[in-house]
Design a protein around this ligand. Structure first.
Ligand SMILES: [Zn+2]
Length: 196
């Protein structure tokens, strides 16, 4: 399944697989006529999911090759898929390509299929300056690595995100800087989709 967004995040292409899947899921709201020309933020559900995708799209536009597994609910069944996100056309348009992962493949078991691991990582910290995400082992990694390693889209719902500042950015800001609070507030508004 492939869909492409333009520089303004509007869906400009959907392939036949999309049409088929939307039909199978009985999702009339995902029919091409309802989706084309709209931004992807209008049909992705959940604040945390939207926030993570915004960070991933930003990373893709900066040249990152993004690949992770996600669980898609279709007709009461959970299907494990592989998602690839990549920028084209000079970095402005972004291609989303997802394909099913067959049960026979080595990585066909969802990392966190239940709520088991959720309790310990119920809150993820995103650095307000560099967008990196803090892992449970205290290291900071790019968002696509966090999505992949923690299986953020292989659970019922992604964990809640909060903003902080990583050690590197804290040092480069010269320690306790007053701007920190302003910036954090600004990014929270952005994350909730109320700006830009
Ligand atoms: Zn940082």
């Amino acid at each position: 399944m492939v869909y492409i967004i333009d520089a303004a995040d509007r869906v400009i292409h959907l392939d036949e697989d999309w049409v088929k899947c939307a039909g199978e899921m009985g999702r009339e709201d995902l029919a091409p006529g309802r989706i084309l020309g709209r931004t992807i933020w209008s049909f992705l559900h959940g604040i945390e999911t939207v926030h993570l995708y915004r960070l991933l799209v930003r990373r893709a536009r900066r040249g990152a090759q993004i690949e992770f597994r996600l669980v898609v609910k279709a007709g009461g069944e959970a299907q494990l898929r592989r998602m690839k996100i990549q920028a084209i056309a000079g970095g402005e348009s972004v291609v989303f390509e997802s394909s099913p992962i067959e049960a026979a493949e080595p990585d066909s078991t969802p990392l966190l299929s239940s709520g088991e691991g959720e309790a310990q990582e119920s809150l993820l910290i995103v650095c307000s300056w560099c967008d990196r995400v803090k892992l449970p082992d205290e290291t900071w990694v790019e968002v696509e690595q966090a999505v992949s390693r923690l299986g953020l889209f292989e659970r019922e719902t992604p964990p809640k995100l909060t903003h902080g500042v990583c050690e590197d950015c804290f040092k480069s800001l010269g320690g306790g800087d007053d701007r920190r609070d302003d910036r954090t507030t600004y990014l929270y508004v952005d994350a909730a989709g109320q700006s830009s």
